[in-house]
Design a protein around this ligand. Structure first.
Ligand SMILES: [Zn+2]
Length: 221
């Protein structure tokens, strides 16, 4: 609990977004975009039950908009990080500088804000980790996961969503090394899902779908 990175972040957390050059940040002062929906609980050794994150890729906007609508809710044990890649979001860039954050969920990342996030996740190990993206290729919305779970199958079926389930095979694992999925598996988070919306469909539809995703994971999962 006394980890320097976490207490720094808690002190600096804000309700707004703070756009800075993350890719080149060398000090632990760049991470004010973390909004913990119940910071007080964490100060008192509360833990993270559910962690929802958007904006890994700066050009995937709908999850950020949707998650932002939830950050004022004071939900116990829920942490919401609306936009991981603040720099990419500002620049409408898929990447953060020249780095794809999908490759940076690893212990040896050189990005300071990723080191902070990894430290937090390792120390708190949420029961549920939801990483929200958009996809320019798929023509429907879908969820992908390493984890075999009947609830997700039912949810996808009932909501006309695709489900992209990867069995735990080494070949697949190598190709996804550095993603939230592989990282979650490495550190023992049991439930990790990546949600996707089709990026070329209208923004209002995509935001609506992301709000549905969030409602499901927060209140029904
Ligand atoms: Zn993405």
């Amino acid at each position: 609990m006394e980890k320097e990175g976490l207490s720094e972040i808690l002190k600096k957390r804000t309700d707004g977004f703070n756009f800075q050059n993350q890719a080149n940040a060398t000090r632990r002062d760049s991470h004010t975009m973390i909004k913990l929906s119940n910071g007080a609980a964490i100060y008192n050794n509360g833990r993270c039950g559910k962690f929802l994150m958007g904006g890994v890729h700066g050009d995937e906007r709908a999850p950020v908009v949707a998650l932002t609508t939830f950050i004022k809710l004071d939900l116990e044990d829920v942490w919401i990080l609306p936009c991981l890649n603040m720099q990419g979001h500002k620049e409408l860039n898929h990447f953060c500088g020249d780095k794809n954050l999908n490759d940076e969920f690893r212990e040896d990342t050189t990005l300071v804000f990723m080191q902070e996030l990894i430290e937090i996740l390792k120390n708190n190990k949420p029961n549920l980790f939801v990483d929200m993206h958009e996809d320019v290729e798929a023509s429907n919305d879908y969820i992908w996961t390493d984890f075999d779970n009947d609830d997700i199958k039912e949810y996808c079926k009932a909501n006309n969503l695709g489900l992209f389930y990867h069995p735990e095979v080494d070949e697949y694992y190598d190709s996804t090394k550095g993603t939230s999925q592989s990282f979650a598996r490495e550190i023992g988070i049991k439930n990790c899902y990546t949600t996707e919306t089709w990026a070329y469909s209208p923004l209002n539809r995509r935001v609506k779908r992301n709000i549905e995703y969030i409602n499901y994971f927060l209140f029904e999962y």
